[in-house]
Design a protein around this ligand. Structure first.
Ligand SMILES: [Zn+2]
Length: 463
């Protein structure tokens, strides 16, 4: 293909002091969306991110990160340059090691990531990796693949994701606000692409791509029992370190900007002098306090679940039967909520329900246990009061193997203890179907019977 030859020439020109002997050819995955859709989705999500995440707003640090970003932008291969994309770089005053980039270009880099890095090359490595997901348009490509289970339009995915309701925020994987489900959690196949393409971008920008592999090791080393969110959004396809090293050798890199570490050291020292970054939990608590729905103390009276059931078909692939006095309410885009009258609350872009079920699909890896755990982790991050109250049990969900976990929470609406049951099963493409039942603790028994019926009777036609 002519674009391939062009790229080789391009890389060879960029690496003035080296010879580009060969490189792995990257082809962006099929995508039914227009690049302008990426831009729109990313901007909506970025606005939400700016509202819910504390920006560091330090000119010196911002300028440093933007400088690295601009060098990488200038090194984007011609075939992946989309004129409508606009790459921006913001530093979040958050402690956890994480970074994410939204479709069309907005990137957010946690302060904790910069603090954990050993040199500028490692920061550039994470940024080149994130930018590669953007330029290869992985967010919308993933959405293209997800069609059989799509609930609502792609614009609705963002809406669903930013809904900050009690159980609605279970889709908040990836960070303490919820836009990650479709745009920030990637398959191993896309991870490999972002690693290899990120290596090309790094080399063309004058960085040794091996720093990217080293940064993944740095992140893994900080793992702990939960593992950093970054690794759950960007799973290691296996032998990551080896193939990045091999790609670097093929690229024949022999210059490295990161060898001059002065500016990086000054920025790290500057961060050290500031008051500590906020944890995800602190940020989440601040957001809960600001959220109008979450004022608590509201009295809610709802009639008990009907013994008769009514069936809805939210997508071609799903049929859901719920008590006949529940109806679908607005809310998630990647999910749909069924609630009785008087149990659903909405204000200023936030929503919550006190009784009912939410049925949704989230990105998975094909491993039911791991995917359920990562869903739970995201849920816990955005719901600081949430606790697991029973052991996870094998259960039948829509006639297939599933898991049910019981949880205790405090309702944002009423301020009272809340019972939550979460059930999951895998879909054929490896994504995760989940059913979340929510009821006040005092009504848990009556509702648990309804939740059980809903998850057992759900009909999935994905094969
Ligand atoms: Zn990734």
């Amino acid at each position: 293909m002519s674009t391939y030859r062009y790229k080789q020439i391009f890389v060879a020109l960029m690496l003035t002091a080296s010879v580009a002997s060969a490189q792995t050819h990257i082809v962006a995955p099929p995508n039914k969306y227009k690049p302008s859709d990426d831009v729109k989705l990313g901007q909506d999500a970025a606005q939400q991110a700016l509202k819910e995440l504390p920006m560091l707003n330090d000119p010196a640090v911002d300028e440093y990160v933007a400088g690295i970003g601009q060098r990488l932008v200038a090194a984007i291969p011609p075939e992946f340059q989309h004129p409508e994309f606009h790459y921006t770089f913001r530093v979040v005053n958050q402690k956890e090691i994480n970074a994410f980039a939204l479709p069309g270009g907005p990137m957010f880099l946690n302060r904790g990531m910069i603090e954990a890095a050993h040199n500028e090359g490692e920061v550039a490595g994470v940024m080149a990796h994130e930018m590669s997901h953007v330029m290869l348009r992985h967010g919308t490509a993933q959405q293209t693949k997800a069609t059989p289970y799509e609930i609502g339009a792609v614009a609705g995915q963002i809406l669903g994701a930013i809904v900050g309701g009690t159980a609605g925020s279970i889709i908040a994987q990836g960070s303490n606000f919820g836009i990650s489900t479709y745009f920030m959690k990637f398959s191993r196949e896309y991870e490999t692409q972002a690693d290899i393409n990120g290596s090309h971008v790094m080399a063309a920008a004058g960085y040794d791509p091996r720093h990217m592999a080293e940064m993944f090791k740095t992140i893994e080393a900080q793992g702990g029992s939960n593992g950093p969110q970054f690794l759950s959004d960007h799973p290691n396809p296996g032998n990551r370190y080896q193939y990045i090293t091999k790609e670097a050798q093929m690229l024949g890199v022999n210059g490295d900007r990161a060898a001059n570490n002065g500016e990086f050291v000054r920025v790290q020292a500057r961060l050290k002098g500031m008051s500590p970054a906020l944890t995800a939990q602190q940020i989440s608590q601040q957001n809960q306090q600001r959220r109008p729905v979450g004022t608590g103390g509201r009295a809610v009276n709802v009639e008990p679940p009907s013994g008769s059931f009514r069936t809805y078909q939210p997508t071609n692939a799903l049929r859901v039967s719920v008590p006949s006095n529940w109806s679908p309410v607005e809310g998630g885009g990647s999910s749909v909520t069924y609630a009785p009258q008087g149990a659903y609350f909405q204000a200023n872009g936030g929503s919550a329900f006190t009784h009912g079920v939410e049925v949704g699909v989230s990105q998975g890896t094909g491993n039911l246990q791991n995917d359920t755990n990562s869903l739970l982790r995201g849920f816990a991050q955005s719901n600081p009061q949430l606790q697991q109250s029973g052991k996870a049990k094998n259960d039948s969900v829509g006639g297939r193997n599933g898991i049910t976990v019981q949880l205790a929470n405090v309702s944002e609406v009423t301020g009272q203890p809340e019972y939550i049951s979460l059930s999951t099963t895998e879909l054929r493409d490896g994504s995760l179907l989940y059913v979340i039942g929510v009821a006040p603790r005092t009504e848990a028994d009556a509702y648990d019977r309804a939740f059980q019926q809903v998850r057992r009777n759900i009909q999935i036609s994905d094969r």
